[in-house]
Design a binder for this molecule. Structure first.
Ligand SMILES: NC(=O)c1ccc[n+]([C@@H]2O[C@H](COP(=O)([O-])OP(=O)(O)OC[C@H]3O[C@@H](n4cnc5c(N)ncnc54)[C@H](OP(=O)(O)O)[C@@H]3O)[C@@H](O)[C@H]2O)c1
Length: 332
């Protein structure tokens, strides 16, 4: 096979650099399935992957990209044949295994999901890790008592980001009537409403004034931000309510107190999409294909491999909205 294009991240004298390069098939990690990549997507973690001390890439040089969708071109696995449409998110993709930001990827068969019939390769990447994580967060709360019939007050933090925007849309298409969206910039207000938020709240609106137990305002919180934002919110969760936490965009430390947990029975659920068991993944992707019509309202940009650095800058500076997908193959 001829040379093909990939984003390559390398480390020179402790300085991490990345750019578009021509590479060959031997530069890819081992795996049973060779895929012609059609789309990848950009996540917060991909932004971290190309930074100094980003903590994502385990060995250099590396092709980043924690998500990909494409078509199988070679397979030594009995589960996949040439021509199968597949997707992969998480595991070690773009961390210690060459990832999705390349025209070809070689992936262990046990990381791959067959694309559900009603989902396109492009739609799979509009969802990507961000949407998959949003789905896991919503499902965790549904499995623990959140019901449309109870008319709960739900708050989504980081609500115009990748995870948050898809969480708001899922809740909206499911028929939840009280979807509060936390944003921190005026121009995000209309975006959040368009996604289906019924009320938009700003950081000043959720200040709990450091009380150990504050006024009970939200039955459920889908938190993507972490840090001080989460600390403000936990004392405002209703008796018997719950909060999912998936992110640290606003800080890695959580300073809270035990009273919301021991006096109000609040539950805190950690969400991990990276090592989520492969045998349970198809069911989640099928919900996007069959039940959750989220694609009309989601905001996404489509870029090429060469345009990735510009989007990375937007993600770094907090100017990025919604999702960005990377179109790689022109063939499909
Ligand atoms: N656990 C998992 O498996 C998993 C999977 C996917 C993502 N994540 C994590 O989830 C987080 C969100 O990912 P993403 O892809 O949605 O990122 P994203 O698209 O960059 O969105 C981040 C959102 O957080 C908001 N935000 C950041 N700092 C904030 C602060 N101090 N106060 C209030 N809002 C703040 C941003 O608002 P602005 O636009 O105003 O900056 C933006 O809306 C990241 O930490 C990511 O690593 C975890």
């Amino acid at each position: 096979m001829d040379k093909f294009k990939a984003i390559v991240v390398d480390q020179n004298n402790d300085n991490v650099e990345y750019g578009l390069k021509n590479i060959s098939i031997n530069d890819l990690s081992d795996g049973e399935v060779l895929i012609e990549v059609c789309y990848s997507s950009l996540n917060y973690k991909d932004m971290l992957a190309v930074q100094n001390n980003g903590g994502v890439i385990k060995n250099y040089p590396m092709i980043p990209g924690i998500d990909l969708s494409g078509v199988v071109v070679e397979s030594s696995s009995s589960h996949f044949v040439t021509g199968d449409k597949v997707l992969a998110t998480g595991f070690q993709l773009g961390m210690s295994y060459t990832g999705g930001m390349a025209q070809y990827a070689r992936v262990p068969a046990e990381w791959l999901v067959k694309l559900p019939a009603k989902l396109s390769l492009k739609q799979a990447m509009i969802i990507g890790t961000a949407g998959f994580t949003a789905a896991l967060s919503v499902i965790k709360l549904l499995d623990n008592g959140m019901k449309v019939a109870d008319d709960p007050e739900i708050l989504v933090t980081g609500s115009t980001g990748g995870v948050g925007s898809i969480a708001v849309q899922i809740l909206s298409v499911m028929g939840f009537k009280h979807i509060n969206a936390l944003v921190r910039k005026e121009y995000q207000v209309e975006v959040a409403k368009h996604l289906g938020a019924t009320r938009v709240v700003m950081p000043d609106d959720i200040k709990g004034n450091g009380k150990l137990l504050s006024k009970q305002r939200f039955n459920y919180v889908i938190d993507t931000v972490g840090g001080d934002v989460t600390a403000e919110l936990i004392p405002q969760i209703h008796y018997g309510g719950g909060i999912t936490m998936c992110g640290n965009a606003g800080g890695i430390k959580l300073s809270t107190n035990v009273l919301p947990f021991i006096l109000r029975g609040v539950d805190l659920y950690g969400i991990d999409s990276v090592n989520y068991p492969i045998e349970k993944r198809l069911a989640i992707w099928k919900r996007f294909a069959d039940d959750w019509e989220v694609f009309d309202k989601l905001q996404y940009n489509e870029v090429t491999l060469a345009e990735i650095p510009g989007v990375i800058e937007q993600l770094k500076s907090g100017k990025h909205l919604g999702r960005t997908i990377i179109k790689i193959s022109e063939k499909i």
